[in-house]
Ligand binder design. Structure first.
Ligand code: G
Ligand code: G
Ligand code: MN
Ligand code: NA
Length: 251
C-alpha cells in the first residue's frame, strides 16, 4: 500500500502541498479569495487525486490531523495576501467526529493571526446526514468564532433542502455539474441555477457558482445576480507562489 505510506509520511512531515483556486466576486469582477485544495504526489512526482487519497486518509484515521495541518498551512499562506482576500478550506467528516475541530480552527487562527472573518469553511451535506445534531452544534460553535460556513457541492446530495433551512449557512456553492451540460441543456440548467440563487438569497445566504468554464456562463451568472464565481475560466488551482497575479492586476 504505497498510498498509505505516502500519506503517513505526508502527515508526519507535513510536507504535502496546498494549491489555491481563486473565488471571484461577481460585482467587482475580481478575485476576492482562494479555496485551498490539498495536493499529494506519488513517488514519480505525479499528482494523486484527492478523491482517491482523502477516503484512504479517513480510513487510516489521520484525516483529523491532516485537516488540522491544512488549516495551519492555509491560514499562514492567507496572511501573505492582501487584507480583502479570504481563505476557504474544505472540511472532512473525520474532523467533526474527532471532537477537536473547533479547537483546531481556533488554534490555527491564533497561531497565524488571520482574522476569523477572513476564513470560510466548506462542508458537504453528507456530513450532516450522520450525527446531525452534534455536527450542527459544532458548526454553530465555529460561526461563534467568527468564521463563515459554506455548503459545498449543493444540489448533488440526497436532501439538500432538508439541511439548508436547518442551519444558517453563510453561503451555498452550487455544484459544478449544473454548469456542465451541453448547449441545449443550458437554458434548463440556468433555470435551476436561477432558482437556487433565489432560494439562497431568500434564506439570506450568498451563492457561489462552481465550474465556470466560459465567458457566456460568466455573463449569465452575472445577470442572475450570483454572488461569487469559481471555475477554470477564472482561474485554476495553483501553488502559492503563483497567486500574486490575482491582486497585482487590481492595482
Ligand atoms: O482538488 P480537486 O480539484 O481535485 O478536489 C477534489 C475533491 O477533493 C473536492 O471535493 C475537494 O473538496 C476535495 N478536497 C481537496 N482538498 C481538500 C482538503 O484539503 N480537505 C478536504 N476535506 N477535501 C479536499
Ligand atoms: O468539491 P470541491 O468544490 O471542493 O472541489 C473542487 C474541485 O473542483 C477541484 O478538484 C477543482 O480542480 C475542481 N474544479 C474547479 N473549477 C472547475 C471547473 O471549472 N471545471 C471542472 N471540471 N472542475 C473544476
Ligand atoms: Mn469545495
Ligand atoms: Na464543490
Amino acid at each position: 500500500r504505497e498510498l498509505e505510506a505516502i500519506l503517513r509520511r505526508a502527515v508526519h512531515n507535513s510536507d504535502f502541498e496546498l494549491y489555491f483556486q481563486p473565488l471571484y466576486c461577481q460585482l467587482k469582477y475580481q478575485a476576492c479569495g482562494f479555496e485551498a485544495l490539498m495536493r499529494l504526489r506519488d513517488a514519480k512526482g505525479n499528482f494523486i487525486p484527492p478523491d482517491k487519497f482523502i477516503p484512504v486518509a479517513e480510513e487510516m484515521g489521520i484525516m483529523d490531523e491532516l485537516g488540522f495541518q491544512i488549516l495551519n498551512k492555509g491560514t499562514k499562506a492567507a496572511m501573505k495576501w492582501p487584507d480583502h482576500m479570504r481563505l476557504a478550506v474544505n472540511l472532512s467528516a473525520a474532523q467533526f467526529e474527532s471532537g477537536s475541530l473547533v479547537d483546531h480552527v481556533h488554534a490555527a487562527l491564533e497561531e497565524s493571526k488571520l482574522p476569523a472573518a477572513r476564513l470560510e469553511l466548506e462542508i458537504t451535506e453528507s456530513l450532516l446526514m450522520q450525527n446531525t445534531q452534534r455536527n450542527l452544534r459544532q458548526l454553530n460553535a465555529l460561526q461563534e468564532l467568527g468564521v463563515s460556513i459554506a455548503m459545498d457541492d449543493f444540489g448533488t446530495g440526497y436532501s439538500s433542502l432538508g439541511y439548508l433551512w436547518q442551519f444558517p449557512f453563510d453561503k451555498i456553492k452550487i455544484d459544478r455539474s449544473f454548469l456542465g451540460g451541453d448547449e441545449k441543456d443550458n437554458a434548463k440548467a440556468m433555470q435551476v441555477i436561477s432558482t437556487i440563487i433565489a432560494l439562497g438569497h431568500s434564506l439570506e445566504m450568498r451563492v457561489t457558482a462552481e465550474g465556470v468554464e466560459t465567458e457566456r456562463q460568466v455573463e449569465m451568472l452575472n445577470k442572475l445576480k450570483c454572488d461569487q464565481l469559481q471555475g477554470f475560466y477564472l482561474g485554476r488551482p495553483a501553488p502559492e507562489a503563483e497567486l500574486s497575479k490575482y491582486w497585482e492586476k487590481d492595482a
